[in-house]
Design a protein around this ligand. Sequence first.
Ligand code: HSE
Length: 410
Amino acid sequence: MIDVAIMGHGVVGSGVAEILINHNDRISGRVKAPVNLKYILDLRDFKGLTYSEKFIKDFNIILNDKDVRVVAEVMGGVNPAYDFVKKCLQSGKSVVTSNKELVASKGAELIKIAEDNNVNFLFEASVGGGIPILRPMVQCMAANDIDEIWGILNGTTNYILNKMIVDNMDFDSALKLAQNLGFAEKDPTADIEGHDACRKVCILAALAFNKHLYPNQVKTEGITNITSEDIEYADSFGAVIKLIGHAKKLPNGKITASVSPTLVAKDCILSSVNGVFNAVMLNGDQTGEVVFYGKGAGKEATASAVVADIMDCIKHLNARKYLSWEDGDNDYVDMAYDPETRLYVLIKSDDFESLKAQFNKIFGNNTTNIKNAEKGEIAFITEKSKQSLVEQKLSLFKNGISVKTLNTML
Ligand code: HSE
């Protein structure tokens, strides 16, 4: 018999408990040992559940119980999750987690502690919810040098943008729906400001490039400034707006990483990733582009990945599963990287004649597609050039003209 504990009984934690209990025969059969969910740690009271007797409020009960060999941390946040996970690993228990904030900020350290204590630390559910992505990337693509990653990594923002695009819904109503469906983080700021996607970029990049990328090294912008107007303009340019996480290995050995609302061409596979679905596209030097797609958030999908990690730990109680990377450093990211790119630009002014005159002087023919001049604003996509050159030109617009830019994958 293998005893297992769950720390946290929120959306994902309750899903993990239900799978372990309702599908116990299947799970025990597949790991070739009876699996027993012994404890669920949560400070709240959960009465009336068929498994109410499993709840405890004291972490030390799990820590001091030698029969508990695998612990699932699904509390979210760094504290107290970090302390609890560290102590479990140090006392010889394998840990699995869906907590991207924890892995993105403390992953290298926790992996090292797991290695030192000959136990496993697995976190498949931390990126892409139910999508098998981390193991396939590390194991099935092991013969490749991966040099670039693009991803739609946050179900909540993808759901919101999709509702704004397809149903003309406003931002707040779409966010409320996503929260009701259990996709959003406890504090949805992490979703809509891009922090959740940023953490997932860190984990993907760390695994792909074998070095810890920290959240403060990723240029991160959320979707709160995206309006229905941008969505309409994007449509007229043959694109949709998606929150794209990106990481790329540069020839100088450093990397560049970002999260930003981005115009994606309608013929790019990422443009058709809708609702709560996520997708990760990787470029391997042997495989070329590979895409992983599936439900990126939600109770059952995420819990399924957590339970699969629990099962992997049980099958490898005496062996190490390798998901690891080295610690990072301050100058790992090339902050001065200046990509060759096209930008979406929206300029507005009450004085449209002056706006047009300045636009013609500054950009001339150096744009493709200019839209909607009659509303006192000009939207366009710049020609491909160094981003710094476009920014220099945009800085020439005089006071009274507002300038908005978005990245594109055009
Ligand atoms: N809030 C996250 C999302 C949950 O919306 O993608 C899954 O990580």
